[in-house]
Design a binder for this molecule. Structure first.
Ligand SMILES: Nc1ncnc2c1ncn2[C@@H]1O[C@H](COP(=O)(O)OP(=O)(O)OP(=O)(O)O)[C@@H](O)[C@H]1O
Length: 648
C-alpha cells in the first residue's frame, strides 16, 4: 500500500539507539509524507508560509468565536495605533523642547503634544487590557473546536489506520502539541499584526528624519530573528525524530502504572525490566535534549553578537551624522526614540513571526493530520445501507494488514443466507477474525467484494450499515461506564429490551448481584465502581450484541471465558436468537462441539477457505475439519466425559 522504505532523518539523534529500543525500518506511510518537508524548512521559508498559516489560524478562531476573534484583532490593532500616535506626539514634544526661545515658552508649546502622549499611553493601556481579556476568552473556544475536530476524525477514520504505526505517530503529534499550539498561532498572529503597526509608525518617523536610519535598524534586529527561527526549527526537528520514542516511553510508563497490567507487572517481576527499557529511551531523549540545548545556545550567541554589532553601528552612524552637522540635536533625540520604538516593534514582529512559525509547525502537524484523516474517511455521499438481506456474499476477498507482505485473507468467498448460523473454524491466525471484521463492515477488502444481496458494501453508508450488525467480539471492551450503558451503548434506552437481552445472554444474574443493579459503574478506578470477572464481562458483552437486535450477529469466540454450563447455554441462546427472527449468526469458536449444528461451516487455513459444508459432510470428507474434530473428541473421551462433555 505504501511501498517506499523510510530512512532516518538526519535530525534523528537516535539512529543508533540501544538494542531493544531502536525502531525497525518502518514503511513510509501517507502520514509521513509531510514530516521530512517540515523538518527541513529554513527561516526564509517562514515568511512565505506565514500568511497561509495565520489565515488558517484566524479562520479556526473565527469559527470558534466570531465576537472574540474580531475583538482580539481590532483591540490589538488599535493598541498598536496608540503606540504609533504616542511616538509621533513624543517627536512633537522633543521638537518643541529643542526649538529656539525661552524655556518656559518652549515647555508651554510642548504641553498639547505632552497631553497627547499621556492620552495615547492611557488609551493604549486600556485597549491592551481589553485585548488581553478577549484573547483569553478566545483560547478555550479554539481549544474546544480543535479537540473536537481531531477526536471526531480519529473515531471515524478507517479501522485499518489503527494498524499503522505512522498513524499513531501523527495522531500523537497532532494531539499532544498540535491542539495546544492552535491557540498560540492565533495569539502570535495578533502579535505580528500589532508589531507591524508600531513598525510602520517608527519606520515613517525614521525615514522622515534620515533615509539611512531605517535600513540600519532592520539590520540590527534581523540576526536575533534568524537565531530564534533556527532554534525553533531545531526543536521541532527533534520532536519529529523523537515522536516514536516518546510514544514508546509513554507506553512503558502506562504499562508500569495501569491497573490492567499491575498484577502481571508484579507476578512476572517485570518492574526492573520495564524501568530499564523506559530509562533506555529516557536517556536517549535526555542526550538529544542536551545536544539541542547546546546547538541552540550556539545559534543564539551568534545572533545576539551580530545584533549587538549592528545596534552599535546604528548609534555610531547617528553620532557621525551629529558630529558632521548633518542632523540637529532635536532630530537626533527623536531618532533615538524612534529607533528604540522601532526596535521593540521590529523585535515584536520578528519574534511574533518566529513564535508563529514555531507554533505553526505543530499546528501544521494538526492541520495535516486532519486533512489526511479527512481524505481517508468513508465516501461523502454514500448510498444508504440496505435494511436487511436474503444473502450476504463475500466474493474473492483479499485483505492485507498495513505493512504486511502476506494477506490475512486471500481470495476468500463465502455465502450467508438469512436465518442461518454459519461457523468459521480454523487454527490460530488462519484469518477467522479478519473475515468476521469484513463481514461486520469494519474492514474493506483491498480486492473482491462484500455484498448484501446485490449491494456492494464498499459504497454504502458505513455508519448506517454498522447499526444493522451486532458484534460480540473476542476483544470486547470493558467500558468504564454503568452496566446499563455497557449493554445499551448508543442505542435508545429501553428497559424491556434490556431485560430480554440480559435474559438471553444470562447477564441478569450478574447485574442482580451489583449494588446499584444496572446503574452500577463498572470501573474500580472510580469511587463506588465495581469490577466483574472475565466470564461476567463476557455475558455483558453478549447482552450488548443481543440488545442491538440486528439482522446479522457476529460472535467471535463469545464463550472463551465462560464455564462449561454457561457456554452451553449461550450457544443455545445464540441459536434461538437466530431462529426467532430469521437473523443470521456468524460464529467463531475453537469449541467444535458448538459448531456441529451450524447450517454451514467454513474452514480457514492460512487465509484461504479450504473446506465448507455441514458437520456431517465435512466429517465424511475426512479433511482438515475432521482431523481437528477428532482430535478434540479424543481428548474429551480420554479425559472421561461428563454430561456436558458427552459431545466434543
Ligand atoms: N491488526 C493486525 N495487524 C497486522 N496483522 C494482523 C492483525 N490482526 C491479525 N493479523 C494477522 O492476520 C492473520 C489472521 O489473523 P486473525 O486474527 O484473522 O486470525 P484468527 O483465525 O482469528 O486467529 P485466532 O484463532 O488466534 O483468533 C494472522 O497472521 C495475524 O498475525
Amino acid at each position: 500500500m505504501w511501498p517506499v522504505r523510510r530512512k532516518h532523518t538526519p535530525a534523528d539523534p537516535d539512529a543508533g539507539s540501544p538494542a531493544g529500543t531502536a525502531p525497525p525500518a518502518l514503511a513510509r506511510r501517507w502520514w509521513q509524507k509531510y514530516d521530512e518537508e517540515v523538518a527541513a524548512a529554513r527561516w526564509w521559508r517562514v515568511a512565505g508560509r506565514l500568511p497561509a498559516l495565520v489565515g488558517q489560524a484566524l479562520r479556526l478562531a473565527w469559527r470558534a468565536s466570531r465576537t472574540d476573534t474580531a475583538a482580539t484583532v481590532a483591540l490589538n490593532l488599535l493598541a498598536g495605533v496608540c503606540t504609533a500616535a504616542a511616538l509621533v506626539a513624543t517627536a512633537g514634544v522633543l521638537e518643541q523642547l529643542f526649538a529656539a526661545g525661552p524655556t518656559p515658552d518652549r515647555v508651554r508649546a510642548a504641553v498639547p503634544a505632552l497631553l497627547l502622549v499621556a492620552g495615547a499611553a492611557l488609551l493604549r493601556g486600556a485597549l491592551s487590557a481589553a485585548a488581553g481579556w478577549s484573547q483569553a476568552r478566545l483560547a478555550p473556544h479554539v481549544e474546544r473546536m480543535a479537540e473536537l475536530r481531531l477526536l471526531r476524525l480519529a473515531a471515524e477514520i478507517d479501522l485499518a489506520a489503527f494498524d499503522d504505526p505512522e498513524f499513531h505517530d501523527a495522531l500523537y503529534r497532532a494531539s499532544s502539541r498540535g491542539i495546544e499550539e492552535a491557540k498560540a498561532v492565533v495569539a502570535r498572529s495578533v502579535d505580528v499584526l500589532t508589531g507591524l503597526v508600531g513598525l510602520v509608525a517608527a519606520a515613517g518617523v525614521l525615514t522622515v528624519l534620515h533615509p539611512v536610519l531605517l535600513p540600519l535598524l532592520v539590520c540590527a534586529v534581523l540576526p536575533e530573528g534568524w537565531a530564534a527561527s533556527e532554534a525553533a526549527r531545531m526543536r521541532h526537528a527533534l520532536l519529529m525524530a523523537m515522536t516514536e520514542k516518546r510514544r514508546r516511553k509513554w507506553l512503558l510508563s502506562d504499562l508500569l502504572t495501569d491497573r490492567r497490567t499491575a498484577a502481571e507487572v508484579r507476578s512476572f517481576t517485570m518492574r526492573d525490566r520495564l524501568l530499564a527499557d523506559f530509562d533506555q529511551v529516557a536517556r536517549t531523549e535526555r542526550d538529544a535534549q542536551l545536544a539541542l540545548a547546546r546547538r541552540q545556545t550556539g545559534v543564539r550567541l551568534l545572533g545576539d553578537a551580530a545584533g549587538g554589532l549592528a545596534t552599535a553601528g546604528v548609534y555610531t552612524v547617528l553620532g557621525l551624522l551629529l558630529a558632521a552637522g548633518a542632523m540637529p540635536l532635536a532630530v537626533a533625540g527623536t531618532a533615538v526614540l524612534a529607533i528604540r520604538t522601532g526596535r521593540s516593534a521590529l523585535s515584536q514582529t520578528v519574534m511574533g513571526m518566529n513564535q508563529c512559525y514555531e507554533s505553526g509547525l505543530y499546528f501544521e502537524d494538526y492541520l495535516e493530520f486532519c486533512a489526511t484523516a479527512a481524505a481517508h474517511l468513508p465516501p461523502d455521499a454514500p448510498s444508504p445501507a440496505p435494511a436487511g438481506f436474503e444473502r450476504i456474499t463475500v466474493e474473492n476477498a483479499v485483505f492485507r494488514y498495513p505493512g504486511k507482505d502476506t494477506p490475512a485473507l486471500d481470495d476468500v468467498s463465502v455465502v450467508l443466507r438469512r436465518g442461518e448460523v454459519v461457523a468459521l473454524v480454523g487454527e490460530n491466525g488462519s484469518g477467522k477474525t479478519t473475515l468476521a471484521k469484513l463481514l461486520a463492515g469494519l474492514y474493506t477488502p483491498q480486492r473482491g467484494r462484500v455484498r448484501w444481496d446485490g449491494v456492494d458494501l464498499a459504497a454504502v453508508d458505513t455508519h448506517q450499515l454498522r447499526q444493522r450488525i451486532a458484534v460480540v467480539g473476542q476483544d470486547h471492551t470493558h467500558w468504564p461506564m454503568s452496566a446499563r450503558r455497557n449493554v445499551v451503548m448508543s442505542a435508545p434506552d429501553d428497559d424491556e429490551r434490556l431485560r430480554r437481552a440480559a435474559a438471553v445472554a444470562d447477564a441478569q444474574a450478574v447485574v442482580d448481584e451489583l449494588p446499584h443493579g444496572w446503574d452500577t459503574l463498572l470501573d474500580r478506578r472510580f469511587a463506588d465502581g465495581h469490577e466483574l470477572s472475565g466470564g461476567q464481562w463476557q455475558r455483558v458483552a453478549a447482552a450488548r450484541g443481543f440488545y442491538r437486535d440486528a439482522p446479522l450477529l457476529v460472535c467471535d469466540e463469545p464463550t472463551a471465558a465462560l464455564d462449561a454450563r454457561a457456554e452451553h447455554r449461550l450457544f443455545e441462546s445464540i441459536r434461538a436468537h437466530a431462529g426467532a427472527a430469521d437473523r443470521t449468526v456468524v460464529l467463531i469458536t475453537h469449541r467444535l462441539a458448538s459448531v456441529r449444528l451450524a447450517d454451514r461451516i467454513y474452514v480457514l487455513d492460512h487465509g484461504h477457505v479450504v473446506e465448507q459444508g455441514t458437520h456431517e459432510q465435512l466429517m465424511r470428507q475426512g479433511g482438515h475439519y475432521a482431523g481437528l474434530y477428532t482430535l478434540q473428541a479424543n481428548a474429551y473421551r480420554d479425559g472421561r466425559t461428563t454430561d456436558l462433555e458427552a459431545t466434543p
